[in-house]
Design a protein around this ligand. Structure first.
Ligand code: QVZ
Ligand code: ZN
Length: 332
């Protein structure tokens, strides 16, 4: 009888969303010395007045549909509200892997029409997310806004922080409710919000042990195996210790996401869709390694060791037993 009660209780608790302790990400002026200090120290901060994308604040779904041109755009479709990234290259490494999203190519006008149709539908289980590099595929009016981004401020930050070159600029158009599950990137990121609002949850790189990333050879490399909506604490017990930060960005805000910081992103219900542009930069060059190593350096090291072992064994299926032999009963 007691067992039955416990079972129903655990069923209930796993269905209820679990709240991790989250502190607010500071919102500061880009002229505030504290803000610059945070970027220098690789800490997340929301900058409210960079004017980074001031030239694009008139963008909307209809405006883009009218002016972005008839090039092809990459659109992801998901059966749920989640858009968990996977690497096409790594799909063959895991036999039983089934991609959770479908990638499509379409004209922006067709994307806009599809998005509006889905917003009207009562069944909102299927979602779409446009993700396109801002490049020559877009027409003059949009290029004009793009050229008028605050590149002077960006270049100043790049220089101050010793970052490498800008590697890519993604335009993101999402539906409200879309969620990009928790993952990290190997780049520095200025994330600029243009239309609608997004909620970010951020976790320090030292939360690695609480977030259980997939193996590097897995298509979901750099993603957490933990579902933050209903964590499986039996499988991932340290997820109970997870602590992080949160913040909401709106039009004109720029969030600095330091390299290796975990992030989950949700498009909020407010304007129907969200429009954002991110700026990914190569990391700063490390001039001197100091001990103890930082969480960031340990993550880079862990990735390299995993890659070396995989390369030597030449078979992902041999990696788990090898790792266990190395560790179990010796380092545990
Ligand atoms: C979103 C999606 C391959 C599918 C970042 C967000 C983010 C952002 C933007 C998250 C983002 C970046 C890459 C990709 C996506 C990506 C996707 C890549 C397939 C989910 C569309 O994580 O670092 O700027 O705003 O939702
Ligand atoms: Zn990301």
């Amino acid at each position: 009888m007691a067992t039955e009660e416990n079972q129903s209780e655990s069923r209930l608790s796993s269905a209820t969303s679990y709240a991790f302790p989250l502190k607010d990400i500071p919102r500061l002026s880009c002229n505030d010395r504290k803000a610059l200090e945070m970027i220098r120290k690789s800490e997340p901060v929301i900058l409210t007045d960079t004017n980074l994308v001031a030239s694009a604040l008139h963008w909307s779904l209809d405006y883009l549909a009218d002016h972005i041109g008839d090039g092809n755009f990459t659109v992801y479709k998901s059966d749920s509200h989640k858009f968990k990234y996977y690497s096409d290259k790594k799909c063959k490494m895991v036999k039983e892997f089934r991609p959770p999203t479908v990638q499509m190519e379409m004209k922006f006008k067709d994307f806009a029409a599809l998005l509006k149709r889905k917003q009207k539908e009562r069944d909102c289980s299927e979602k779409i997310y446009l993700q396109q590099a801002l490049n020559d595929s877009v027409e003059k009016t949009i290029v004009y806004d793009f050229v008028n981004f605050n590149w002077a401020w960006l270049t100043e930050q790049q220089t101050l922080n010793n970052w490498g070159p800008l590697t890519s600029n993604l335009l993101l158009v999402g539906m409200e409710g879309n969620v990009t599950p928790v993952h990290y990137d190997e780049q520095e990121n200025f994330f600029a919000q243009i239309y609608g609002h997004k909620r970010f949850k951020l976790f320090h790189p030292d939360q690695y042990k609480n977030l259980y990333p997939y193996p590097v050879y897995h298509p979901h490399d750099r993603q957490s195996q933990v579902n933050l909506d209903c964590p499986d604490f039996d499988k991932f017990p340290n997820a109970r210790n997870l602590t992080g930060y949160q913040g909401i960005v709106g039009p004109g805000d720029v969030l600095y996401i330091p390299m290796y910081w975990w992030h989950e992103v949700e498009s909020l219900k407010d304007k129907g869709e969200t429009i954002s542009v991110n700026f990914w930069y190569m990391s700063r060059s490390v001039d001197k390694v100091e001990h103890p190593l930082s969480a960031q350096q340990k993550m880079a090291m862990t990735r390299n060791i995993e890659k070396m072992i995989l390369q030597a064994l030449d078979d992902p299926e041999e990696v788990p037993s090898f790792m266990q032999m190395l560790v179990l009963g010796r380092y545990t």
